[in-house]
Design a protein around this ligand. Structure first.
Ligand SMILES: Nc1nc2c(ncn2[C@@H]2O[C@H](COP(=O)(O)OP(=O)(O)OP(=O)(O)O)[C@@H](O)[C@H]2O)c(=O)[nH]1
Ligand SMILES: [Mg+2]
Length: 324
């Protein structure tokens, strides 16, 4: 494959080239990994910068509905929007792709939008790495906004926040006065909380939920990357297109402030460091899978099991041999 030509086609805005490149990135084959790394490097100099928005929320909260409405609003303003997803749970992936095809029907037909569902059947680390590289490709392809969706399971919110400029948490109106079991760690990474379904009978509950969360956000430690009034909680209705432009105004205000204050670039720099260290960690782990290393592992594991050497001494010896 001519990687340099593929990179040029992506930068020229060729959507088929972008789709092909993401398929390459999603491949687990070692030669494809090498090509994907070359491709990432080839598009690095595009000089384009999208707003990367991470979006998380539990199943049924309205993520797909929100992305469809919000995405159409943005394309209506002349912006180009890419939608990617981090969904590590294999059980859901088939269903969620199907569901999203119907729920994002209009957006997926919009020529200014590009939607790519999460690759199926993979662990979080693998999906994260592929999504992160795909985000960079979408950015190079000239998309103004890249939405990265994740369903709130386990570590996936943190992973998405680590590849986003701003992180948006979507919530549903709560019945009682409890804070819906949103973990403190998630609250701490949220830049904007949107209480969705603030329409019809649910509106009063949505407003109560919003003010509960606004109160909870005020109790959190002040972060240097926030201007006055952030993080913020708002009510929206994805189904009725209500308050979506207000939500976008808040996102833009936050991004503008962070750009002006240097936090935007600093966050991306910190993310690049994090992902580099993660690549190294993954690369070292992958070395354990090499046949000669596996054989060595088996050899030492056998000795350890027989009591011929302690686990610590065996590990020391094997690591020293691997360094040779
Ligand atoms: N009343 C109301 N219903 C909504 C709103 N947004 C979404 N819904 C409904 O909530 C249900 C779930 O919406 P989805 O957009 O599929 O939710 P999701 O978060 O993508 O769900 P998963 O993909 O399963 O994680 C659907 O029946 C939507 O019509 C809203 O703003 N108001
Ligand atoms: Mg969905």
């Amino acid at each position: 494959m001519d990687i340099e030509a593929l990179g040029r086609d992506i930068i020229a805005g060729d959507r088929r080239a972008l789709a092909r490149a993401i398929t390459l990135i999603e491949s687990g084959r070692a030669d494809h990994r090498t090509e994907a790394a070359r491709l990432s490097e080839a598009v690095r100099g595009s000089g384009r910068e999208a707003i990367r928005i991470g979006l998380s929320g539990t199943p049924g909260v309205g993520k797909s509905t929100f992305i469809e409405s919000f995405g159409l609003m943005l394309t209506g303003q002349g912006l180009r929007v890419a939608v990617l997803a981090v969904d590590p749970s294999s059980a859901r992936s088939g269903g969620s792709i199907l569901g999203d095809k119907t729920r994002m029907e209009r957006l997926s037909r919009d020529p200014a939008a590009f939607i790519r569902p999460s690759p199926a059947r993979s662990h979080l680390g693998g999906v994260a790495r592929r999504t992160r590289e795909s985000v960079a490709l979408c950015e190079a392809a000239g998309f103004d906004v890249v939405l990265i969706e994740t369903v709130g399971v386990g570590q996936s919110e943190t992973v998405v926040a680590d590849m986003s400029d701003i992180f948006v948490l979507l919530l549903a109106p709560a019945g009682g006065d409890e804070l819906q079991g949103v973990k403190r760690g998630i609250m701490e990474i949220a830049d904007l909380i949107l209480v969705n379904k603030a329409d019809g009978d649910l509106k009063p509950a949505a407003q109560r939920t919003r003010s509960d969360y606004a109160g909870a956000l005020r109790l959190l430690r002040k972060r240097p990357q926030d201007p006055e009034g952030f993080p913020k909680a708002l009510c929206v209705s994805a189904l009725h297109d209500d308050k979506l432009s207000e939500a976008w105004d808040e996102m833009r205000a936050l991004v503008d402030w962070r750009r002006a204050e240097g936090h935007f670039a600093a966050r991306r720099a910190a993310q690049a460091r994090t992902w580099f260290l993660e690549e190294i960690r993954q690369g070292l782990l992958a070395r354990l899978d090499r046949p000669e290393t596996r054989a060595m592992l088996e050899h030492y594991a056998g000795s350890v099991a027989e009591g011929g050497i302690t686990p610590a001494a065996a590990a020391e010896e094997m690591l020293a041999r691997m360094d040779e």
